[in-house]
Write a protein that binds this ligand. Structure first.
Ligand SMILES: *Cc1c(COP(=O)(O)O)cnc(C)c1O
Length: 361
């Protein structure tokens, strides 16, 4: 089979076709180099240029101010769960965690291992269907930082605006909605994201960190776990994921050509709305997230029974709509519709939903 199907996978996820085509064209030999990107030194001039394009592309798209570092690390977003408290949570202090889903819980677990990590708010009680209101946040003005998850990939719960945390450094796991809409980077102290949802392949993690935070890092951390190592060595202390950074550079080029993040945001809103409208127009489908917390990247919903959900994903897969099964921890259906996911795929899903309901309601 050589035809591409509609890939609703949560991650690793769909990549833009023009990016895959360019990578394929240059797979055996980068123009003027005679070797593939995977075969050249991470300290070569060619890679240096590609690295520069990835960094400047991200800086341009996100409007990253000068006083922030852009790092490409490894270990996934999951290693950031540990690195953040190791670097920024001193023993005499505490950090606040706002929990809106499964990934926030995992971040909290590592925070607790490293020091005093408090739950400033959690929406676990309702089954993580929403973000908390500002009146629900128990924030300590002396906290070392506040951590939150901009988009909970598994539950499909997304913040529409960052929580107000005063002068406390705001740290965000933006793995599954980075680059889906503009963000005011200057409101954050640190933003991190695994690339494999909306930016590139797995194996590379973006970290955007404000310079002044680096002064808080204690001495004596393992070299690879100290952010200063990666700042001082421009992410090249050890061999980085050169292929991942290359793909990110192509994704940035693609996004810039499409008009940047405002244009992406409009497209993403429109795509998500089509599915939410289909959910809301019937009692057969039941959205998981509350209307004001709905994700534009991961649309989660239920059917009247688990049997019907199984039948739904099986028939969808047979019809070329792959990856719709919800995460094993919550069940149901999840349609991940990242930047690279085409509108036609969303329209195909909506048509399938209507037809499935007609046959099974
Ligand atoms: C996927 C995901 C992670 C985990 O990423 P890894 O790169 O696999 O460690 C963390 N947070 C969020 C929000 C995610 O979507």
């Amino acid at each position: 089979m050589t035809e591409r199907i509609h890939n609703f996978s949560a991650g690793p996820a769909v990549l833009p076709l023009p990016v895959l085509e360019e990578a394929q064209r240059d797979m055996l030999s980068l123009p003027g180099v005679g070797m593939s990107l995977m075969e050249i030194s991470h300290r070569s001039k060619t890679f240096d240029e590609i690295f520069g394009r990835a960094e400047s592309g991200l800086r341009q798209l996100l409007g990253v101010p000068e006083n922030y570092q852009v790092l490409f690390l490894q270990g996934g977003a999951s290693l950031q769960f540990s690195m953040i408290p190791m670097n920024f949570l001193p023993p005499e202090s505490s950090a606040d965690y706002i929990i809106t889903g499964s990934w926030g819980k995992k971040a909290l677990k590592e925070g607790k291992r490293a020091g005093n990590a408090n739950v400033a708010a959690t929406t676990a009680d309702g089954g993580f269907t929403r973000v908390p209101g500002s009146d629900e946040l128990k924030l300590d003005p002396k906290a070392a930082y506040v951590h939150f998850t901009t988009n909970e990939t598994i539950e499909g719960v997304e913040w529409k605006q960052e929580p107000a945390v005063g002068n406390v450094p705001l740290v965000a796991d933006a793995s599954s909605d980075i680059l889906s809409h503009p963000i005011p980077v200057d409101k954050y102290a640190l933003i991190y994201a695994g690339a494999q949802k909306n930016m590139g392949p797995s194996g590379v993690t973006l970290v955007i960190v404000r310079d002044d935070l680096l002064k808080r890092i204690p001495d004596g951390l393992h070299t690879m776990l100290d952010y200063r190592t990666h700042v001082e060595n421009k992410s090249l202390y050890n061999t980085p994921n050169t292929w991942g950074i290359y793909i990110i550079s192509l994704v940035c080029k693609w996004l810039l050509e499409k008009g940047g993040l405002e244009a992406m945001h409009r497209e993403n809103e429109a795509k998500a709305q089509l599915i939410y409208d289909a959910i809301d127009s019937t009692a057969f489908y039941r959205g998981h997230a509350d209307a004001d917390s709905r994700s534009i990247m991961n649309v989660t919903f239920r059917l009247p029974s688990e049997e019907l959900e199984k039948k739904f994903t099986a028939e969808a897969t047979a019809g070329g709509l792959d990856g719709l099964k919800g995460h094993r921890s919550v069940g149901g259906i999840r349609a991940s519709i990242y930047n690279a996911f085409p509108l036609e795929g969303v329209e195909a899903l909506v048509a399938f939903m209507k037809e499935f309901e007609r046959k099974n309601a």
